[in-house]
Design a protein. Structure first.
Length: 701
């Protein structure tokens, strides 16, 4: 029985044109809610099912694991229906960082790393920088290690070297005398930091991109081999690419120009982490033969919401001229609420949430409160808790940031890569083995003098190391060797790594038990319920190896499998798994909200100082990115959109006057309904009722 051909009836004309585009560069300008994922899905399926391109010759890249997984699942489904399951085999949909890990595992020896290199966690990076600051006699209380890491990361993303690197460090501070030491400290830390990483056979998150650029630019054979392997390249959210990522794409298209990028310059809001909107604005300069298609039909929001969004974004001058049109048609006007202060704003928004549930039957999970900065969430959390309304705060503590999880992963990384000094330091005295600070300092001195790892120093300890510490280090070294040997024995070294999933998962649980995690957690935690929960969390990490998708694993043997698993954890977004069954109001920043949608959205704190941010105002900087951020917030709403601001905010116990966001003046007045008086009347009525209830209680007493 013949399989059906690819049905494009669900697509509009602009989407069809994008799907059917032949070879050569293509820029798809996809406005908010315009169906870009469907367009990419059908284009990839068309290449495989209709044009006969092998799935293994296609590379799709996005910026989040969630987006990459969703795209891959939808493409697989379409290809399977039209060309059979086998036709989808070998299709690679990944994030930039996952692609780079895959590439570096394959060719790492060309850069002086082994295939088992480890990816540092933020905590590992901070620990290394603290050690360097101490070594160069700099007080880490005056120079924040995490801030230094951020500056190093920005420099790496810009691929800065030599004088350009020094100039960048200088440019971050300007002429202020108080900051004279910062560029000097950065210039001292940076090379030592990189030397430490190389000595540990480790890379940080930004190295994954930078080292891939170096690999491709310095090795013509590898560059051309990968370019011929990936004959069609598709990039999602192209406006978010940084200079290093752009350089990778340049190299991957060295033997062809089959690159299709999808994005929206109006949603470029990540300049602070290195994204460069000029990549999408100047795509035709980089690829002169490029064709440009615009997806302007919005399937998400009502015409009122889109009219407001178009009015805002049209004030930006450096953009592709375009205007979203609603497929859904007319809906409700936008609602504006002006409150007296912080608490009044939070209480008014919560009352509106309660009214919306009661009057419209909309569940909590269909509502989101969006704000410019995380610090704004506190008063809304308090108001929601007071009314016993369930909520989830996006950006809370990561599952992977819990101590027991970090400890177990550090053991796994050290077993995989014994040169990983950061992991060694983290777990060498957990559980306690009598190994103190002075012992580690003595070991570190030997390691630096002889150019070896701390694990190797365990076999050549200085004479002044105390007997208890010497015994503890011997036990620790033996334990790591034992677990490494049992990992080797768990699966044949020449077996495809995917065949090692079950045995390595069983080994991980064995390692958890052998290392005594359960006993230590129960010894540390007074509350046995909390202790049991921590044990379950750590065991979940061990068990999760058994759930790694086989397509994520390449190479042979148990080490390749464990390396793939640790890389997957390092590259996953640091957040709890989403539970779609929970009926919670969502609280998140505007940056976090990009790519999401909600039937009801509350955009709060619309004042100068919040949006646009005070830092941008003070710096007399271009406000275009702040305006794009407001545009992103507006276009998250499907049906109902509420805007709120305060006349005053309480600071240090005193009310401070606030000015409305200058962006509010760009909204057409005929789109807005002012609910201020309604909410004031409700608040006054509630106050009267509360006072009367108090009086009645006093009379009864």
């Amino acid at each position: 029985m013949a399989l059906p051909t690819l049905d494009l009836k669900k697509l509009n004309q602009e989407q069809k044109d994008a799907v059917l585009h032949g070879d050569g560069p293509l820029l798809i300008l996809a406005g908010a809610g315009s169906g870009k994922t469907s367009t990419m899905t059908y284009r990839i399926a068309h290449l495989v099912a209709e044009r006969g391109v092998s799935a293994s010759n296609i590379l799709g890249m996005s910026f989040t694991n969630k987006a990459a997984r969703e795209l891959k699942e939808r493409v697989h489904s379409l290809i399977s229906k039209t060309a059979g399951d086998a036709a989808a085999k070998g299709l690679l949909m990944s994030t930039f960082h996952s692609f780079c890990v895959r590439t570096l595992r394959e060719f790492s020896t060309h850069l002086g790393f082994t295939k088992d290199f480890t990816i540092l966690s933020p905590g590992d990076q901070s620990s290394i920088v603290r050690g360097i600051l101490k070594n160069i006699k700099v007080d880490d209380r005056k120079f924040d290690p995490d801030w230094i890491i951020g500056q190093i990361g920005q420099a790496k993303n810009k691929l800065l070297r030599g004088e350009a690197l020094d100039a960048y460090f200088e440019s971050q501070f300007g002429p202020k005398v108080a900051y004279d030491m910062y560029p000097m400290v950065l210039a001292s830390v940076y090379p030592r930091y990189q030397e430490t990483l190389r000595a540990q056979n480790s890379m940080d998150f930004d190295d994954l991109i930078g080292n891939t650029v170096a690999l491709l630019e310095n090795n013509k054979e590898i560059r051309e081999r990968l370019s011929q392997r990936y004959k069609h390249i598709l990039i999602d959210e192209y406006q978010d690419t940084n200079p290093a990522q752009f350089r990778i794409l340049e190299q991957l298209t060295c033997t062809h120009q089959n690159i299709c990028v999808v994005g929206d310059d109006d949603q470029s809001i990540y300049a602070w982490r290195g994204a460069d909107a000029t990549h999408i604005l100047e795509f035709k300069n980089h690829f002169p033969a490029a064709k440009t298609l615009v997806l302007h039909r919005n399937y998400r929001s009502t015409s009122e919401i889109l009219h407001a969004a178009n009015s805002i974004i049209s004030k930006n001058t450096k953009r592709f001229p375009k205007s979203l049109t609603s497929v859904r048609g007319a809906g409700h006007p936008l609602h504006l609420i002006v409150l007296e202060d912080d608490r009044s704003e939070a209480e008014a928004i919560v009352r509106q949430i309660m009214d919306t549930v009661r009057d419209r039957g909309i569940p909590y999970k269909d509502m989101a409160i969006l704000y410019r900065s995380n610090a704004q969430s506190r008063v809304f959390e308090e108001a929601l808790r007071f009314e016993q309304i369930p909520y989830k705060l996006v950006g809370a503590m990561s599952f992977l940031d819990r101590k027991e999880i970090k400890d177990l992963l550090a053991y796994f990384r050290l077993i995989l890569n014994p040169k990983d000094d950061s992991s060694f330091r983290r777990v060498v005295n957990w559980p306690a083995r009598g190994i103190g600070k002075s012992t580690l300092e003595a070991m570190n001195t030997v390691a630096l003098e002889e150019g070896v790892s701390l694990m190797e120093v365990c076999g050549k300890l200085p004479d002044d190391v105390a007997a208890k510490a010497r015994s503890g280090l011997a036990l620790f070294s033996a334990k790591i060797s034992e677990l490494r040997a049992s990992l080797i024995a768990s699966c044949p070294p020449d077996a495809p790594a995917r065949q090692c999933i079950t045995p390595v998962s069983q080994w991980a649980v064995h390692a958890f038990e052998t290392l005594g995690f359960k006993k230590e957690i129960f010894d540390e935690e007074e509350d046995p319920v909390i202790a049991e929960r921590r044990v379950e969390s750590a065991l979940e990490i061990a068990n999760a190896i058994g759930m790694i998708p086989p397509d994520d694993v390449e190479g042979t043997g148990p080490f390749a499998l464990l390396g793939a698993y640790l890389a997957r954890l390092a590259l996953e977004p640091r957040e709890e798994k989403e539970n779609k069954d929970r009926n919670d109001v969502t609280l998140m920043t505007l940056h976090s909200a990009k790519g999401l949608e909600f039937p009801v959205v509350f955009l709060v704190g619309l004042e100068d100082g919040f949006l646009p941010h005070q830092r941008t105002i003070d710096g007399a900087e271009d406000l275009s990115e702040e305006r794009r951020l407001f545009y992103v917030g507006l276009t998250r709403a499907k049906d109902l959109l509420y805007l709120s601001r305060c006349a005053h905010r309480i600071r240090y116990g005193k009310p401070m006057p606030r000015n409305p966001s200058r962006f509010l003046t760009d909204l057409p007045e005929d789109l807005l309904v002012d609910l201020t008086s309604t909410h004031k009347d409700k608040a006054d009525a509630e106050l009267v009722l509360n006072l009367e209830a108090m009086k009645a209680a006093l009379v009864r007493k």
